[in-house]
Ligand binder design. Sequence first.
Ligand SMILES: *[C@@H]1O[C@H](CO)[C@@H](O)[C@H](O)[C@H]1NC(C)=O
Ligand SMILES: *[C@@H]1O[C@H](CO)[C@@H](O)[C@H](O)[C@H]1NC(C)=O
Ligand SMILES: *[C@@H]1O[C@H](CO)[C@@H](O)[C@H](O)[C@H]1NC(C)=O
Length: 544
Amino acid sequence: MNQNLIFIFFLSCWVRFTCGYLNLYLSLLEVQRLLGLDAELYYVREGVINNYALNFVVPVPSKLDSLQFTWKSVADRPLLYAINVDASNSPSVLLPPKLNITSTGSVPTSVQTFSVTLPCSGVLAGEVDVTITINITISHTNVTTLPFRRKKICAKLENQSNSHVFVVDTAPPYSNSVNIFYVAVFLALILIVILASVITTYYIKNKKTRRTTEGSSGPSTTFLTAMPRSTVNTSYGSFRRMPSYSLIDERSKDLQERIAELTVQRCRVCLSSVILEGTFARVYQGSYTNEDGVDEAIIVKTVTDHASQIQISLLLQEGMSMYSLSHKNILSILRVSIEDHTAPFLLYPYNNYNNLKIFLQKCKLSSEGVSHTLTTQEVVDMALQIIEAMQYLHKKHLLHKDLAARNCVVDDKLRVQVADNALSRDLFPSDYHCLGDNENRPIKWLAIESLLHKTFSVSSDVWSFGVLLWELTTLAQQPYVEIDPFEMAAYLKDGYRLAQPINCPDELFAVMAYCWAMSAEERPTFTQLQICLQDFYTQLTRYV
Ligand SMILES: *[C@@H]1O[C@H](CO)[C@@H](O)[C@H](O)[C@H]1NC(C)=O
Ligand SMILES: *[C@@H]1O[C@H](CO)[C@@H](O)[C@H](O)[C@H]1NC(C)=O
Ligand SMILES: *[C@@H]1O[C@H](CO)[C@@H](O)[C@H](O)[C@H]1NC(C)=O
């Protein structure tokens, strides 16, 4: 086992104070200031320590020079504390930190905020590791240490150094203006380069568009000839309405052919009720009258009329990604219906299944009540079904690239099917994030290399499978909920991973942690995962 993994095991979180209760957290305001998130961050809640949060090194931007913590004792007797701030390693960057509470005392029984001031010297720029240690005495034999790790970033103060330079600098005044001259030349050069590249891109783009519009009559003819007679006109109309995929050459030609093969008339589709809904996305339950005049129960994925061409074309592309696959654990598209002036309908067979993420969340909601809670055995069984689906996909040379609970369905007998990710961005917006670019990606499910370089492989699907396994054992909690999507790459590189869920057996956690090995080669294959989980499943059934 490699070092990363050993490290992860130390993270297995939430340790309970045996007696005495404490709340210690960062207020909403402080989290907004520090991390830009709208949430409170609890380090200790009702005496339960969140080691996961404690282990996270929070960067403190140079513009912030004080940290605030909020705490309150809910114990029935005084809780003694001792606090120490250690930032001694770079005295030239950071001046001695200050606290506005005494270094020892008892935790107040009403909510109190205290601050730790970290003043930069301004003389030198740098990053300083700061550790704030709070010891809480629970009983005379037990002192619990809470270490808070921060990385304070200090900038050199420009005003200060400039004024310093002015005093010392005896160079004639023109040297300054010479400098300014060089700076101006440099800026002008940059501007020219930017202008040049803008013009070039514009030119290339123009050329490309011209070429594609010239070529676009090609694929649409193939499309037309492949169509059954009755639907030719309407499909042609809607095809024209979607210029976005006439721009994509080979693959989209492929797509059009596939769509042509599956197209049915809208009058054969009957919608009955909306089962999921996003800003643009709509998922309906309904029925489809097939060629033999028999009604089949279906699910329809579509978008509202307000959806953009890009959303429509994405719906088609993603919806068609599992086209013509046939496996008991894969939910593959059944039909497509494209009519004039309306968004396309994607039809899927419906066998009383639910979206897996929503199913898991419902399990959680009713876990106190009589309703179904998942046993470890059931979780492992579901995981094994997903593995079978993934093995089949990979055998067909397809990568999923967005394996997650939201992209699976499950029926009441816990039969799982892996589905495509069409509409998921809109139906589960909190699972997707943009990192500066315009691409909305499932950041917290992505393998490190997919996150950094957008490369995908069988092993990156394995990584996401690990996160899915974690979702199964936590009843679909949000992974890395405290971590800013922008920090994910750094966080993973530092060796942090998802913590072991409560009630998650070590064997199962070992399997998921193994999926998150930093290098793709170290991750298990789906075949290894299958053997491993099959063994574990057999062990579980042996004692029942
Ligand atoms: C001290 O407290 C910690 C955390 O509550 C607990 O895990 C540990 O068993 C306690 N140790 C003793 C000696 O009571
Ligand atoms: C906290 O406890 C640890 C070990 O129990 C000790 O080394 C450290 O000095 C204590 N810190 C403070 C601030 O009392
Ligand atoms: C410490 O300072 C913070 C912010 O400056 C303030 O909100 C808080 O009330 C202070 N706490 C105490 C105990 O003085």
